[in-house]
Design a protein around this ligand. Structure first.
Ligand SMILES: Nc1ccccc1C(=O)C[C@H](N)C(=O)O
Ligand SMILES: [Zn+2]
Ligand SMILES: [Zn+2]
Length: 208
């Protein structure tokens, strides 16, 4: 019996909505068979925070580890998907009354993921919630929004709480079709040396 898989990644393509003023996704063909090349080859230009991605500590701490240095174990294993739609600007501890124990928690905040336009008012996670999750033993926090902090944040309180507890972060997940519950998460960052983040192919697999 094959276990069902949900692909929770954004498709990387020209026009991919990115953070205001960040690098647009671009792909150009550098070799092509039409020009007598034996193969087609392309070059990519994209933000490290494109689509579904994993932040490295280097993103929010000048002396933080880069994405090639972090252990990959947090990005593989059982996770809990929580429906946090409609909670408002920040996910507070009070919004999580029934949270069962989990190593990895992914929050759905969108009714429908905004695939074609940038959504500037998104639900983020209160720093107190990150602290509380860390105390509960959570090692990775994920969200469908573009950031665990409000887009207007200058203090990056949630990222700083993540850094204090050395948690791992996934952002830009697509959770529209995923019911609340427990799954196997597979979302491996590329080992980009010096990288402050890496796109991931994020998938959830049924546990049985
Ligand atoms: N591309 C950016 C450029 C500047 C500031 C933030 C971003 C972000 O993408 C937010 C990021 N994903 C974060 O980890 O909060
Ligand atoms: Zn990011
Ligand atoms: Zn982030």
């Amino acid at each position: 019996m094959t276990r069902r898989i949900w692909d929770i990644s954004q498709r990387l393509r020209p026009g991919l909505p990115v953070w205001p003023d960040d690098t647009a996704f671009r792909q150009e063909r550098t070799w092509q068979m039409e020009d007598a090349s034996p193969v087609n080859v392309s070059a990519l230009t994209l933000s490290t925070h494109s689509g579904a991605h994993a932040d490295a500590p280097l993103h929010y701490a000048t002396d933080g580890a880069d994405i090639a240095s972090v252990d990959i174990a947090p990005y593989l294993g059982e996770c809990l998907v929580i429906d946090a739609r409609g909670v408002g600007p920040l996910i507070e501890v009070a919004d999580l009354p029934h949270l069962q124990s989990a190593d990895r928690v992914l929050f759905r905040t969108f009714e429908r993921f905004p695939h074609s336009d940038w959504e500037s008012e998104t639900t983020a996670i209160a720093a107190a919630t990150i602290e509380w999750l860390a105390v509960q033993g959570v090692k990775l926090v994920g969200i469908d929004g573009p950031s665990i902090d409000p887009q207007s944040s200058k203090t990056m309180d949630a990222h700083k709480a993540v850094h204090r507890h050395d948690l791992r972060v996934l952002e830009g997940l697509v959770l529209d079709d995923v019911p609340e519950g427990r799954y196997e998460l597979i979302a491996l960052p590329l080992p980009i040396v010096g990288g402050d983040a890496s796109p991931v192919r994020a998938v959830l697999r049924a546990l049985a």
